[in-house]
Write a protein that binds this ligand. Structure first.
Ligand code: NI
Length: 381
């Protein structure tokens, strides 16, 4: 039994109507479990609270297909007949499309189970949006024997029928920082009796703008954005403390490491000279989504018959698929989803997906998992 593209569209619309936030994908998981059981697909004992891992085939080699399943805290503003029935929660990143694509692929792979030259493990991953799900899946230990992993994200900027990828960086390594600065409060009329936090915070924010321009090679790409300051509460008191937060992103793991070190060093030097204390908080964020060179060649070749394959423009967004790629060689592609002009990007309250994109996403999983199995099988000999 497999699904027609119309049936997959209906399944996606159902999931779209019932979005759940990261780590709370209980109904979604139950729904997927039921569909997989109907298909006779073996679900592994993972111990995951939400999300699930299943498998088709047997023996070595083992490759994994990954789709994410969580939604975002966004109030949907589309007029779709299947818009979110869970106000304030929306599949605005298209993970409804990703998981339905993997379900469609699972049905087709199950039909071919006898012909598979190894095992295809299916990862329906929770909590991508908070960058925790991939680590939770890795912690189950169920990917220890996986030799290659494949994932994708829909991209509104590409047309349905198009697929983009390249070896190396696909999506940025992300750092999320919050720096708390503590001085000594005083009357605004007597700054000499305190230690001025406002000046310290603004000096740090100003000087950090030199981070990219003075420490990153002109042949590399990186971005620093300080997005939020909070210091002081009234006009005649110098506050005791304040903070600023933001993000640093780049496409090269070593650049990303150096940027973080320089960032800390700049802030510490200013803190020392202005006699304030500083504390750093770093969020849980993904490293660079970095495609394996050899496996990218295999996927590039095997995708020629199912899509118009283009070189990718890397994205400055982050993707927790990168955590798998730190441990397992992998390939992450962008699949065109025909964004509407009023919703030009992901995480938009008008975001829509063209269901025609299933005609690429489903075979992308099906054909490339088999291509990787054949690739690893040939290497065994
Ligand atoms: Ni996403």
């Amino acid at each position: 039994m497999s699904f027609s593209y119309e049936e997959l569209a209906e399944i996606r619309h159902y999931i779209h109507q019932h979005p759940e936030l990261s780590g709370q994908e209980y109904q979604t998981t139950a729904f997927l479990k039921e569909r997989l059981e109907e298909l006779g697909i073996h679900i592994l004992e993972s111990g995951l609270k939400t999300g699930l891992i299943a498998e088709i085939g047997s023996d070595q080699p083992v490759v994994a297909l990954r789709a994410d399943i969580d939604a975002l805290p966004i109030l949907e503003q589309t007029n779709l007949p299947y818009k979110s029935q869970n106000p304030g929660v929306m599949h605005a990143c298209g993970h409804d499309f990703h998981q339905t694509s993997l379900l469609g692929a699972a049905a087709l792979l199950k039909e071919k189970e006898d012909q598979l030259e190894g095992t295809v493990r299916l990862i329906f991953q929770p909590a991508e949006e908070i960058s925790e799900g991939a680590s939770d899946v890795l912690a189950t230990g169920l990917l220890e024997d996986v030799q290659g992993i494949i994932g994708f994200h829909n991209i509104p900027q590409l047309k349905a029928g198009q697929l983009a990828l390249n070896a190396g960086a696909m999506m940025a390594g992300v750092e999320k920082f919050k720096v708390t600065v503590t001085g000594v409060s005083s009357h605004a009329a007597r700054p000499d009796l305190g230690v001025d936090t406002v000046t310290a915070v603004t000096t740090m924010v100003q000087n950090l703008q030199l981070l990219i321009s003075r420490t990153v090679s002109p042949f590399e790409t990186a971005v620093l954005s300080i997005t939020h300051l909070d210091v002081g509460s009234t006009w005649n008191v110098l506050p005791k403390s304040g903070y600023f937060e933001g993000t640093i992103r780049s496409f090269n793991p070593s650049v990303q490491r150096e940027l973080k070190e320089h960032f800390v060093s700049i802030v510490r030097h200013i803190a020392k000279s202005l006699e304030v204390d500083v504390a750093f908080e770093w969020g849980v964020t993904p490293p660079v989504t970095f495609n394996d060179e050899e496996l990218t060649k295999v996927v590039w070749e095997a995708s020629q018959d199912l899509a118009e394959v283009l070189p990718a423009n890397p994205s400055t967004a982050g993707e927790d698929f990168a955590f798998y790629q730190e441990r397992i060689p992998g390939v992450f592609a962008f699949i065109g989803s025909n964004g509407e002009p009023d919703a030009p990007d992901l995480h938009h309250d008008h975001m829509t997906i063209d269901d025609a994109a299933f005609e690429v996403s489903v075979p992308y999983y099906v054909e490339n998992s088999q291509a990787l199995l054949r690739y690893f099988k040939a290497k065994e000999v």
